[in-house]
Design a protein around this ligand. Structure first.
Ligand code: AMP
Length: 415
């Protein structure tokens, strides 16, 4: 074949979409229970938005974005995540004007040119939420509880929630200086990647994936011990609310978010049922982002979660999607019955039933085989005799029973 899907992208096939739709339905339902409303932003935006919001020094902006010039010479980028677009829309559309707290969710494809592997794609899907306009710990706890509730509703129990506080613009610079001084003492032993980060982003050295780095930095001071009173109180409140909600968590002082506009709460949800790419979701508070993007200073907290990794777990667990198979297969024995069948199929569909009828002019025998293959609940066989009598046999294919029914009141039997 000449054409194949681009490396790192995947078809979600008809045999898989029922499961995706059922899962998406549950996710939406949980969002709605927490009164979050959906927002749909474009899948491409100006490159500058992501560079500003995600940060020039991150892997995403540095090497993973699908960026191109459109025909008018503007630099545009396929969105690598959702928050930047949501915040852009919040500012552009003045969403904060109508209500003090704006709670939105999104669900859709994201694009990053990463090295593809199990659980890591170049086009993948995320669902996520942002609560914009509230500085309170209650809002952080609600966002975390919302993410956890989605996994609970889907029957996922094997997850771990890690939380941390990354401080704010007052206490973090002080801590960073202390950390930077400590890192400089061991800089020649650190990985080249971490060495580069000491000046620009020392906290990211703490979450280095390099084992040697991890050993070398194991004893270094953590930000939780340097929080100012406001951040410490906020963190304490988030923890006590999670405990009150019955949500287990551990504090991981090395969980950091690299950028200056992240404040206070950071969290991550991982699963042991995944391989090396074990992160299901991540989020936190970013009180300084809206201002960074040119809006009025507005506190905000949110999370983003991967669909493909969630689907990997659910598939392993045998998550059963809601049933999409047709209720009735109309099998026809001759031309006059075919016309009746086609019209009846339309009529029953308009009444809300899922109906299949042969479009390949197959023999009656092949039609019945097809009904079996599709595992429809019922099949009816209609020929000229049945049409003349106004009655036919309705077969229940799972119970292997049949009964005579009137063709005029078929819908009553399908209820
Ligand atoms: P992030 O926006 O990087 O914090 O990612 C949030 C979640 O999206 C992660 O925890 C993953 O579940 C998922 N995710 C991120 N990148 C990818 C990718 N390249 N392929 C599949 N899922 C991803």
């Amino acid at each position: 074949m000449n054409y194949r899907a681009i490396k790192g992208t995947k078809d979600i096939l008809p045999s898989e979409t029922s499961r995706w739709q059922s899962v998406e339905q549950i996710i939406r339902d949980v969002f709605h229970r927490f009164n979050y409303k959906e927002i749909r932003t474009p899948i491409f935006e100006s490159t500058a938005l992501f560079a500003r919001s995600i940060g020039e020094l991150t892997d995403i902006v540095g090497k993973e974005m699908y960026t191109f010039q459109d025909r008018s010479g503007d630099s545009v980028t396929l969105r690598p995540e959702g928050t930047a677009s949501v915040m852009r829309s919040y500012i552009q559309n003045n969403l904060g004007e109508a209500q003090p707290l704006v709670k939105v969710y999104y669900l859709g494809p994201m694009f990053r040119q990463e090295r593809p592997q199990a659980g890591r794609l170049r086009q993948f899907h995320q669902f996520g939420a942002e609560a914009t306009g509230s500085p309170t710990a209650e809002t952080d706890a609600e966002i975390i509880a919302l993410a956890i509730e989605i996994y609970r509703r889907l029957g996922i129990t094997n997850y771990a929630l890690k939380i941390n506080s990354v401080g704010d613009e007052e206490c973090r610079p002080r801590y960073k200086e202390i950390l930077r001084a400590e890192l400089k003492k061991i800089s020649d032993k650190l990985s080249p990647e971490s060495q580069k980060r000491i000046d620009q982003n020392p906290m990211r050295v703490l979450d280095s994936k390099d084992e040697r780095d991890q050993g070398l930095t194991a004893h270094l001071p953590l930000i939780v011990d340097y929080l100012n009173e406001e951040c410490a109180t906020h963190f304490q409140k988030v923890k006590s609310l999670l405990t009150a909600y019955g949500i287990p968590f551990t504090v991981d002082g090395r969980l950091v978010r690299g950028l200056d506009y992240y404040t206070k709460t950071a969290f991550e949800i991982t699963s042991t049922e995944l391989g090396s790419q074990d992160a299901l979701a991540g989020g936190g508070r970013y009180d300084l982002l809206v201002k960074e993007l040119g809006g009025k200073s507005t506190p905000s907290v949110g999370f983003a979660a991967g669909m493909e990794r969630l689907m990997m777990i659910l598939e392993k667990k045998g998550f059963a999607p809601s049933d999409n198979t047709p209720t009735l297969f109309i099998a026809v024995a001759d031309e006059s019955a075919r016309e009746w069948g086609l019209k009846t199929a339309m009529h029953l569909r308009s009444k809300g039933f899922k109906i299949e009828i042969d479009l390949l002019q197959r023999s009656l025998k092949s039609q019945m085989k097809e009904a079996d293959r599709q595992q429809t609940k019922f099949a009816i066989v209609v020929g000229s005799t049945e049409l003349a009598n106004g009655k036919a046999l309705l077969k229940d294919l799972s119970k292997h029973t049949q009964q005579e029914v009137s063709l005029d009141s078929l819908h009553q039997f399908l209820q």
